[in-house]
Write a protein that binds this ligand. Structure first.
Ligand SMILES: Nc1ncnc2c1ncn2[C@@H]1O[C@H](COP(=O)(O)OP(=O)(O)OP(=O)(O)O)[C@@H](O)[C@H]1O
Ligand SMILES: [Mg+2]
Length: 164
């Protein structure tokens, strides 16, 4: 099951990020997918702001940033990588076993390296803003997304949340 959320403006993205952020725990993985400029870093910035981290730059060129807060959080951007091997050489396996929260932009470039359980968020351009499609992969995230759809993201006049 997936849920779609209209992100008409930045406050809507902030609301989604602030809804997801308190659910995170050590070892969680979030795959952020979508075209250039679709809103992946923006979502991450709002999510990290929830943990008191306000200086978040895109890791497009640096590839990987780590933040220490209540949780250890790795933020990666795989846009510039071309082969799975490059990612493995950078210590992908260690990263996943680090008991940190791992947030990865452009994860869909490397479908062979997804972990077993993760939250996938696909961002799309929609009108002036964006639309996000949330999919739980693995039973834990499937349950979480199902609960989100029931409790955390109430319908606002019928145009905020829909079921896919
Ligand atoms: N919900 C939204 N409504 C309107 N504008 C948005 C929304 N979300 C993000 N933006 C804007 O889109 C622009 C690009 O956002 P962002 O850098 O987050 O995209 P990205 O997916 O990380 O891009 P890249 O693929 O280059 O990493 C920013 O100017 C940001 O303010
Ligand atoms: Mg980005």
């Amino acid at each position: 099951m997936a849920i779609a959320v209209d992100l008409a403006d930045l406050p809507a993205t902030a609301h989604l990020a602030q809804t997801i952020a308190p659910l995170l725990k050590r070892g969680d993985f979030i795959a952020l997918c979508g075209d250039l400029g679709a809103g992946k870093t923006t979502f991450t910035q709002y999510l990290l702001a929830f943990y008191g981290i306000h200086q978040v730059n895109s890791p497009t060129f640096t590839l990987h940033h780590t933040y220490e807060a209540e949780l250890l959080i790795h933020h990666l951007d795989l846009y510039r990588l071309e082969r799975e091997e490059e990612l493995l050489q950078l210590g992908w396996d260690e990263l996943l076993s680090d008991l940190a929260v791992v947030i990865v932009e452009w994860m869909d470039k490397f479908p062979g390296l997804y972990p077993r359980e993760f939250l996938q968020i696909n961002f799309f351009y929609a009108f002036e803003g964006r639309r996000a499609l949330l999919t739980g992969r693995g039973s834990l995230w499937q349950d979480t997304v199902a609960c989100l759809s029931l409790t955390q993201l109430p319908d606002k006049k019928g145009d905020y949340l829909c079921f896919c």
